[in-house]
Each structure stands twice: as C-alpha cells, then as structure tokens.
Design a protein around this ligand. Structure first.
Ligand SMILES: [Zn+2]
Ligand SMILES: [Zn+2]
Length: 212
C-alpha cells in the first residue's frame, strides 16, 4: 500500500498563542512527516536529517530527545499534524480515493478500493455503469469479492464475466437494479426486480445534479 509524506512546509502559527520555543519550532520549521505504520513516523527536518518518532512511546531518535529527554520538535510536529488532519493517527494510513484521488485516512488493515465521502456508495444511490453509461440504483454493497461470487445461472464468477475483464478481480461486488424500478414510484411495485451484480470499480456514484 502506498503511503505519502505530508508536504515539507511550515505550519501556520496561532497568533495569540504563547508557544514555547520547541512548540514554535515544531510549527515554523519546514518538516515532512511520513507515517510508517505501527505508530512510527519518519520526520524529515529542515536540515534534511531524518528522525524516527514513536508517537505513543513519546520517543524520537534526535539528539534533543536522546540526550536531553525532551519532548522534541519532531514529536510535537507529528502530534500537531495528526490533530490538524495532515497525517494519519497511529493505526491508520493515508490513501487516495479510487475515483477522485482525494486523500483519506483508513485503518491500516483495510483493502482497496478506497472511496471518499462523495464516491462511497450505499443502497439507494444512483450509479453509472462505466462500460455502458447506464444508470442503476444500488441495492446491496457486499463484502464478497468479484472472484468469489458466481453469476446466477452461469458458472462464471463476476470477475470472469467477459465485460468485467477490465476490472480488478479482488474488489467487492455491488448489486444494482435498472431504473425501470421507477414504476415503483408511481405506486406500482414490480413483482420481481432483476438484480445485476458488478465489480465495485465498474460503477461510479452519480454525483452531478439531475434535472428531471
Ligand atoms: Zn526529535
Ligand atoms: Zn472521491
């Protein structure tokens, strides 16, 4: 899984704050923070030295901490970046939304694909099939993978189905119906709705506003 370092730049200093020298430096010096997992962070300092911070243990490999036992500017910087949402907290990693690339923090044991709040889908959402451009309504978002779910009467899996060749086999499947279900809106409930199963990445949440 790819992890990203925060941009190496100074952070804004709250104006009315009586910061100690170390806290001020923790903000004003350009440092970048790279989460390594297991609560460890690599901090690259203004002088291009890299130090390892164990946040929960309150330890750093810099001389200020090693020799003076100080809560050094690197430990403080990691804590500040977590508080401000620039760096993921211990146990989480920074990933990109599959559809828009927005950075989000997820549990380190979660698997791809990842979606931001705008592109996550839930039952009832309208999605667009990337293969056909058709609009569908989501009825189920499963944990089961496309290579583990068989399509109804056939003996192929969703992943092996020919029109799904361009989509990853290890993504969850989504059940969706075509909007002839719209008849339900007029008070007629169809006796059976055919649910079609897609690899998650084949569907994209419809985010534009429709004018009916
Ligand atoms: Zn340090
Ligand atoms: Zn997104």
């Amino acid at each position: 899984m790819k992890t990203t370092a925060s941009p190496k730049a100074p952070l804004p200093v709250p104006s009315d704050d009586h910061l100690t020298k170390r806290s001020r430096r923790a903000r004003t010096e350009p440092m970048s923070v790279l989460p390594l997992g297991d609560g460890l962070y690599e901090v690259e300092s203004a002088s291009d030295h890299t130090y390892l911070v164990d946040l929960e243990g309150g330890r750093c490999t810099c001389p200020d901490h090693v020799f003076r036992k100080a809560r050094c500017k690197h430990i403080r910087r990691v804590a500040i970046e977590i508080t401000e949402g620039r760096t993921p907290p211990p146990g989480e990693v920074a990933v990109d939304c599959h559809d828009c690339g927005e950075t989000l923090f997820v549990d380190e044991d979660e698997s791809e694909p990842f979606y931001c709040g705008t592109h996550e889908i839930y039952p009832g959402d309208t999605v667009v099939d990337r293969e056909t451009g058709d609009r569908l309504t989501v009825v189920d978002v499963s944990e089961r993978r496309a290579d583990a779910v068989e399509i109804g009467a056939t003996d192929t899996t969703v992943a092996d189905y020919e029109t799904n060749a361009d989509y990853d086999a290890d993504v969850p499947v989504v059940g969706a119906v075509y909007p002839h279900a719209r008849v339900a809106r007029r008070g007629v409930v169809p006796s059976s709705l055919q649910v079609y199963v897609f690899p998650r990445t084949r569907l994209e949440r419809e985010t534009r506003v429709r004018r009916d």
